[in-house]
Design a protein around this ligand. Structure first.
Ligand code: SAM
Length: 350
C-alpha cells in the first residue's frame, strides 16, 4: 500500500515520462525511475522520503527534476556510472544500472537533491531583456542603469547584456511578431546577480542539461557566451529571494533601477510570487523596471511569458510571449510592449 506521498509521486512519474520537459534526453531516465518506484526499490523510497523530510513543500515535478540532475551530476563525476545515460539501453538494463547507482550513492544523492536547485541556465534568454531594458532606458532618458538579476545562476544574463556579438549570434533564431525592436545598448553602470546558497557551479549547471545532442548544443552556447564576455564584471551574491526584508535592502542599498527574474518564480506558489514581486517594485529606484520571464505552463509545455512592472506598481504589463523557454522560435509582442518601447527607435527596420 502506497502512502499518499508515494502515490502522488508514482502518478507524476507516469505522467512526466511523456512530458515536454523530458524531451531531449531525460525521458529514459524518468522511465527507469518510474519502474524502480513501482517496484518499491528501497533506496529510492528512502531517498525520496529523506528529501520530503528536508523539503516538505517541494513539488513532485521539481523533486524528480532535481533527483535526475543529481544522478547526472554524479554520473558525470564518477565515469563508471555514466552508462546509465546510454541511449541504446533497454529499460530493464537502464533500471538495473540506476538501481545500483541509487544503492551505492543514496546519501549523497539525497544531499544533492535536498540542497540544490534546478539551475538550468539559458544562453539566449538575455535577447529579450537586452531590447526591453535598452528601450526603457532610452524612453526615460536614463544614463545610469543599475541592474540586478534574481536567480542568476552563474550570472550569465548580466554578463551578456550589451554584448553585441552574442546578441547578433542568437537573435536570428528568435523571430519577432510583428518585428524585432531595434537593438539598443543599455547604459549599464552596475551589474549584480543573486542566487541561493550554495551558489551554482558550472559543473552543476552542466548536469542540469539533459543527455542529448540538443542540450550539448545549448551548453556549448553557454560556454561560448562565457568566453565572449570573460572581461565583464558581475557582482554575484548568495541571497534567498524569499527573505523579503533582505531582498528589499539589497535593492535599496545598491540603488537598483532594473531587475530581471528569469525561470525562477514558477517554482513558488502564487502568493509567494506576488510577495517577491511586491518587495522588488517597492524597493526599486524610480524610474525603474522589473521584468519577469516565467514558463507559460509550469514546465510542462514549452513557452514563456514576459511581464514588466514599473517601480512602485504591482500591476503586470504583459510585454511578450516566447514560444520556447530556450528562446529559439517566436517572440510575439503583447499590448504592453508599447509602454516600454522608445517610440523613435522602436523597430529594427525603422
Ligand atoms: C532554472 S534556473 C534559471 C537561471 C537563469 N535565471 C536563466 O533564466 O537561465 C533558476 C535559478 O533560480 C535560483 N533560485 C531559486 N529559488 C531561489 C531563491 N529562493 N533565492 C535565490 N535564488 C533562487 C536557483 O538556484 C537557480 O539557479
Amino acid at each position: 500500500m502506497l502512502t499518499p506521498h508515494h502515490a502522488s509521486m508514482s502518478a507524476t512519474l507516469a505522467q512526466i515520462v511523456g512530458h515536454q520537459q523530458g524531451h531531449h534526453g531525460w525521458s529514459q531516465l524518468y522511465a527507469a525511475l518510474h519502474h524502480l518506484h513501482r517496484l518499491q526499490h528501497p533506496p529510492l523510497r528512502r531517498l525520496l522520503e529523506t528529501c520530503w523530510q528536508r523539503r516538505p513543500h517541494i513539488s513532485d515535478v521539481h523533486l524528480i527534476t532535481l533527483l535526475s540532475i543529481a544522478v547526472r551530476d554524479l554520473a558525470l563525476r564518477h565515469g563508471d556510472h555514466i552508462s546509465v545515460f546510454r541511449p541504446d539501453l533497454t529499460m530493464p538494463q537502464r533500471s538495473d544500472l540506476l538501481a545500483n547507482l541509487l544503492t551505492e550513492h543514496e546519501d549523497s544523492l539525497a544531499d544533492a537533491a535536498s540542497d540544490h536547485s534546478n539551475s538550468f541556465t539559458g544562453a539566449r534568454r538575455f535577447l529579450v531583456p537586452q531590447l526591453l531594458l535598452g528601450h526603457f532606458a532610452a524612453r526615460h532618458n536614463l544614463t545610469d542603469v543599475r541592474y540586478l538579476d534574481l536567480g542568476t545562476s552563474i550570472g550569465l544574463m548580466p554578463r551578456q547584456l550589451n554584448s553585441r556579438t552574442v546578441f547578433e549570434q542568437f537573435a536570428p533564431d528568435l523571430t519577432w511578431r510583428p518585428g524585432q525592436p531595434a537593438y539598443v545598448d543599455i547604459p549599464l553602470s552596475a551589474r549584480y546577480g543573486v542566487d541561493a546558497h550554495p551558489l551554482p557551479t558550472l559543473d552543476w549547471i552542466r548536469s542540469c542539461y539533459g543527455p542529448s545532442t540538443y542540450y550539448q548544443d545549448r551548453f556549448s552556447e553557454l560556454l561560448w557566451s562565457l568566453d565572449q564576455t570573460a572581461d565583464v564584471h558581475v557582482d554575484i551574491n548568495a541571497l534567498n529571494i524569499l527573505d523579503l526584508p533582505r531582498l528589499a535592502r539589497h535593492i535599496r542599498d545598491r540603488q537598483i533601477n532594473a531587475v530581471t527574474v528569469s525561470m525562477v518564480l514558477y517554482q513558488y506558489d502564487d502568493i509567494t510570487r506576488r510577495r517577491v514581486i511586491a518587495a522588488v517594485v517597492e524597493s526599486l529606484t524610480t524610474p525603474g523596471i522589473l521584468l519577469t520571464m516565467e514558463p507559460a505552463h509550469g514546465l510542462l509545455q514549452p513557452g514563456c511569458h514576459i511581464d514588466a512592472y514599473l517601480a512602485g506598481s504591482h500591476k503586470p504589463i504583459p510585454v511578450a510571449a516566447v514560444s520556447d523557454a530556450h528562446f529559439i522560435g517566436h517572440a510575439t509582442a503583447e499590448p504592453g510592449l508599447a509602454h516600454i518601447l522608445e517610440p523613435t527607435i522602436s523597430r529594427r527596420s525603422a
